[in-house]
Design a binder for this molecule. Structure first.
Ligand SMILES: [Fe+2]
Length: 417
């Protein structure tokens, strides 16, 4: 694959080896760090935000980063802050997938306005864009492609970061991760300093989300929580968050999909997405995210639908190196059974749930013909292997096992290798 764009830190071969080595059991566990934002949740979230901003400065300059679709919600946030004496500017230039050029544009606005708080209002794209705009604002000479967890960034010299999500899925309001697009390629970066200072969870902000998007973003949250629980990076802090997120998604996502005006279900899903974000942000997501990124890119499938499709296929794959799936099956109340049967029951449990909310569970059902799938399989495997998430997999991934995972997902078979 020829690349004309500059390499990102995690693409350098040496750094990839380093990331793999960090996952070795002898290295892991020597230190546990846990980063979360201060969380302001509920119908009074905007009032709490007003007090929080007053704690930064009596008259703070606040730059809201949003897109044109959710701008009306950004206006509501601004209207809640202005009476307290804060100066608020709204920049609505965020685009889906966050092209890197957009970061420069937003950073220019930030340099001119000089905010004390950068506040993202929107879905994952707005929050991820705000993270990078913030980095450019704080450190104009630093190339954000070189962000890596080994070196401190030195943020928060000029501003703090807050995020008010309008979808319940990415969990970006609770993680240090950001996904951008450069030359058509999705690039991700992560750093603990990028975890926002405040996550503002007003359930009314997600009420307008249509049923399909509600389902897909909810499946993304389920994938994050499940991946975090099964990850070898899971720890005592991330486990309860992951399990509670899983419980909430199973209980409330069908309700939120069936009735978008069910504010209790919306509120619970918003919490589930944030919990799942905090879980995978401090542990890791599973190989379903590498498979889903590759598949979503080549076949134009929504991120949540794509990762949700692959989640059940990771169970049998990871079971070769860990019996954590047994704890997940216990948690979900699946009856005791021999290992193989229990894995299949867990697989079916997730598949049935995904179907219930309208998510795809096989590649074939998306109308992708077998010849077309076979023709693109090598590229799918190559993309999935190159994905940064592949470096975090509990079971080491190879081209051969990715190829088989894609094939099992094409046919809808529980993984047995
Ligand atoms: Fe995701």
């Amino acid at each position: 694959m020829t690349k004309e764009r500059p390499l990102w830190w995690a693409e350098e071969p040496f750094n990839r080896t380093l990331a793999l080595a960090a996952g070795a059991s002898s290295v892991r566990g020597l230190q546990t760090a846990f980063f979360v934002p201060r969380i302001l949740a509920g119908a009074q979230a905007l009032n709490m935000l007003q007090s929080a901003v007053a704690g930064i400065a009596a008259a703070a300059r606040v730059l809201i980063i949003t897109d044109q679709v959710v701008r009306p919600l950004a206006e509501r946030v601004a209207a809640a802050l202005r009476p307290a004496g804060h100066t608020v500017e709204i920049w609505d230039g965020v685009l889906p997938e966050v092209p890197v050029e957009l970061v420069e544009e937003g950073a220019k606005v930030a340099q001119e306005f000089a905010p004390r708080l950068i506040l993202a209002v929107g879905g994952g794209s707005a929050i991820d864009a705000a993270k990078m705009i913030w980095v450019r604002y704080e450190k104009p000479d630093f190339d954000f492609r070189q962000i890596n967890i080994l070196e401190p960034l030195g943020l928060r010299q000029k501003a703090l970061l807050a995020a008010a999500p309008t979808t319940a899925g990415t969990g970006s309001e609770a993680t240090g991760a950001a996904v951008l697009t450069e030359d058509g390629q999705k690039m991700s970066t992560t750093h603990y300093e990028l975890v926002p200072d405040f996550a503002v969870l007003d359930p009314a902000f997600t009420a307008g989300l249509p049923p399909q998007l509600t389902a897909y973003t909810g499946l993304d949250a389920l994938s994050h929580a499940t991946g975090a629980f099964l990850s070898h990076w899971a720890n005592e802090f991330t486990d309860p968050l992951a399990l509670q997120a899983i419980r909430l998604v199973f209980q409330y996502l069908p309700r939120a999909v069936a009735d978008g005006g069910d504010l209790e279900a919306r509120a619970k899903m918003q919490l589930a997405a944030c919990l799942a974000g905090a879980a995978f942000g401090n542990a890791a997501c599973g190989p379903d995210h590498a498979l889903g990124h590759a598949f979503g890119k080549l076949f134009g499938v929504h991120h949540g639908a794509a990762v949700g499709l692959f989640t059940p296929y990771t169970f049998g794959f990871l079971a070769r190196v860990s019996d954590r799936y047994q704890q997940l099956a216990d948690f979900l109340g699946l009856p005791p059974a021999p290992a193989r049967e229990r894995l299949t029951a867990l697989f079916r449990h997730y598949v049935d749930f995904t179907r219930t909310v309208g998510g795809p569970v096989t590649i074939s059902e998306l109308g992708i013909t077998r010849p077309d799938f076979a023709a693109r399989l090598p590229e799918l495997v190559e993309l999935a292997l190159a994905d940064g998430v592949s470096l975090l997999s509990r079971r080491p991934v190879t081209a051969e096992n990715y190829r088989r995972l894609f094939q099992y997902a094409y046919d809808g078979l529980p993984v047995d290798f």
